[in-house]
Design a protein around this ligand. Structure first.
Ligand code: NAP
Length: 281
């Protein structure tokens, strides 16, 4: 008797460069948990190829993730956007259904889930380090949560652009300062720069004195799992978390959109544990 094979779904991550991305590992684990039969591949795309690859290959998939440098560039190609993706002006997850594409932003929900799991409350004075893609997500989610946002960046003209977007889209009056000139105390410090990431693991975006003036610290970086910034937090008894749980939670949110599944906290915790082991290899 022939047993009919379950339909194999196809997903991908597009970006450039992709390097040794851990995303295929995370998605394979999540699909195993939710019993979805599918593949998740990496596809490095050149900027001049994006539109053609989108039309000829990406639209044929069940869904795809988008990372640097295409989170904004992909927007005009899509048929529809979720409210969050339109507000943030950035898409990291695309669902393809009946030949139509819809863009979502699961970085924000992954970030919120990761903070909640670490008992870090996004309230009061929030300091965002950096003004790129992750900083935009952190600043918008902080403003939506009602926090008072300060953006600290090395180039203040770029930070002013994010400050303006927060004012225009949310009516939020964020403060901007130089990364080297952070004053005062903060309830939450969010690192959205790559400083401290492998291979430059001896660097920190701010001094230990700045960390000491924070109530909690979240680092978007997940490799290494304890950056110098997080070591400062641990050594000073400050609540802290790295970016790995955010990475897994945003992937889980993408799987939920693609496959109409849902995950329990314990299942995600197990995937985070396995991903930590995978990163140590
Ligand atoms: P991005 O868009 O390139 O932005 C990076 C920001 O960091 C920019 O504001 C940049 O400043 C600043 N920066 C870079 N090098 C710096 C340095 N040496 N000193 C001070 N500032 C510096 O990158 P992104 O997508 O926001 O990613 C930032 C980090 O978050 C990366 O490590 C990424 O892996 C991580 N991330 C993690 C997750 C997760 O799920 N955990 C998700 C997204 C991103 P300039 O504009 O002046 O260059």
């Amino acid at each position: 008797m022939r047993v009919a094979l379950k339909e194999e779904k196809r997903f991908a991550l597009i970006g450039n460069p992709l390097g040794h991305s851990v995303s295929p590992f995370i998605h394979r684990e999540l699909m195993a948990v939710s019993k979805v039969t599918g593949t998740y591949t990496l596809q490095e795309v050149l900027p001049q190829e994006l539109e053609q690859v989108y039309c000829t290959q990406l639209r044929e998939l069940n869904g795809f993730n988008v990372t640097i440098p295409y989170k904004t560039a992909v927007l005009p190609l899509l048929d529809a956007l979720s409210a969050r993706a339109a507000l943030f002006g950035a898409v990291n997850t695309v669902v393809v259904q009946n030949g139509k594409t819809k863009g979502y932003n699961t970085d924000g929900s992954g970030f919120l889930k990761a903070l909640a799991a670490a008992n870090i409350s996004l309230q009061g004075r929030v300091l965002v380090l950096g003004c790129g893609g992750a900083a935009r997500t952190f600043a918008f989610e902080s403003a939506l949560a009602g926090a008072a946002v300060t953006i600290a960046a090395r180039h203040s003209e770029k930070a002013t652009g994010l400050q303006q977007a927060l004012r225009e889209k949310l009516g939020c009056n964020a403060t901007v300062c130089a990364l080297a000139d952070i004053r005062g105390e903060y309830d939450v410090l969010l690192n959205a720069t790559p400083v401290g990431m492998t291979p430059h693991i001896d660097a920190a975006p701010v001094s230990e004195a700045v960390v000491k003036r924070a109530g909690a610290v979240f680092d978007a970086v997940y490799n290494p799992q304890e950056t110098v910034l997080l070591r400062y937090a641990r050594e000073n008894g400050i609540l802290h978390e790295n970016g790995l749980s955010m990475l897994v939670w945003q992937a889980a949110a993408a799987e939920e959109l693609w496959n109409n599944v849902s995950f329990k906290e314990a299942e995600i915790a197990a995937v985070i544990r396995k991903t930590k082991e995978e990163l140590r290899r």
